[in-house]
Write a protein that binds this ligand. Structure first.
Ligand code: SF4
Length: 309
């Protein structure tokens, strides 16, 4: 196959091609919060967001960035062996601070040995001109990408998840980042209540048309200690089955242009907090079912990319 053993351009394939080495992400906690939680936009955050944000696997925010890098390197090398590293500010909104604080933390995150890149997860409404200029500067020093949690293009769903920004805001952010040659990874969630198969695939087509560098997809999962868990207990709704999810992912891969890097196709929730769907815990089984589905269809990434993308 074009992409080694996969029928799509996986993150590990792309990293090996670029860096000629295994790439390990170090999940750092910059001590940031989020305007959707601190009252600037709202107080309860996105409906699926827990107190720990998305950073259950991140290093402790009580440590300096240098200490976090060292502890994560030690921990990750036991699991994955040696390689090169990308620092990843994953938890909460990692462009939500002063220019000086961000500059200081980003520079620390790229200055340690064997760090070859930086990934920054944020919201499209937290990219002021100063922040964009800083990202442009960092982009010249290292392999940078910015991750945006779009999740869906549909207004009813974005209201339900309390995302707190409009689709136009995402479009503007993409344009501004693109102008500065900064790579973007867009996140989508499959299985939001009320979304049909067509709704989900239209979100995928939308992201495909933005021509962002990469995409992360996962199924909606319900974790304890979130408002989504309370909602689900009071008003249970239908979650995607593994088979439905696998089929939707295969359809999505077919639509995505071949240059887009597929960073993730399964959920990343914390095992001890997961309420449903339980099948999402078997990440290897889900990935292998996706591979089998593509093989059975004799299909691959981009086979159905609409013309003009
Ligand atoms: S934007 Fe991210 S950190 Fe902020 S509330 Fe939503 S999921 Fe949580």
């Amino acid at each position: 196959m074009k992409w080694e053993n996969k029928r799509y351009r996986s993150f590990s394939y792309e990293m090996k091609k670029i860096f000629e080495s295994k790439i390990i992400k170090l999940s750092l906690d910059g001590g940031f919060t989020c305007p959707n939680r601190d009252g600037s936009i709202a107080r309860r955050g996105c409906i699926f967001c827990g107190e720990e944000g998305a950073g259950e696997f991140a290093a402790s925010r009580d440590l300096t960035i240098k200490e976090q890098i060292n502890s994560q390197k030690e921990w990750m090398s036991k699991k994955w062996g040696n390689g090169k590293y990308i620092s990843f500010f994953q938890n909460f909104t990692n462009t939500y601070s002063t220019y000086e604080d961000l500059k200081n933390k980003y520079n620390q995150a790229i200055s340690e040995k064997d760090i070859v890149g930086l990934a920054i997860a944020t919201r499209p409404d937290c990219l002021s001109k100063d922040v964009l200029d800083l990202l442009e500067e960092i982009n010249k020093k290292t392999f940078l990408w910015v991750e945006l949690g779009l999740q869906t293009i549909h207004d009813d769903s974005s209201d339900f998840i309390r995302r707190g920004y409009e689709l136009e805001c995402y479009d503007r952010a993409i344009k501004e980042l693109d102008k500065r040659d900064i790579k973007v990874v867009s996140h989508l969630i499959f299985g939001l209540p009320g979304e049909t198969r067509e709704d989900i695939l239209s979100s995928v087509s939308y992201v495909a048309r933005t021509n962002t560098w990469g995409i992360k997809i996962h199924s909606l999962y319900i974790q304890e200690a979130t408002d989504l868990a309370d909602y689900y207990i009071k008003s249970p709704f239908k979650l995607l089955t593994k088979e439905e999810y696998v089929s939707l992912v295969a359809d999505s891969i077919e639509i995505l242009p071949q240059h887009m890097v597929i960073h993730r196709l399964t959920g990343d929730g914390k095992r001890s907090l997961l309420i449903e769907p339980k099948w999402s815990l078997g990440k290897r089984r889900v990935l292998s079912a996706i591979d089998q589905e593509l093989k059975a269809r004799d299909s691959y990434q981009g086979i159905k990319t609409p013309t003009g993308i």
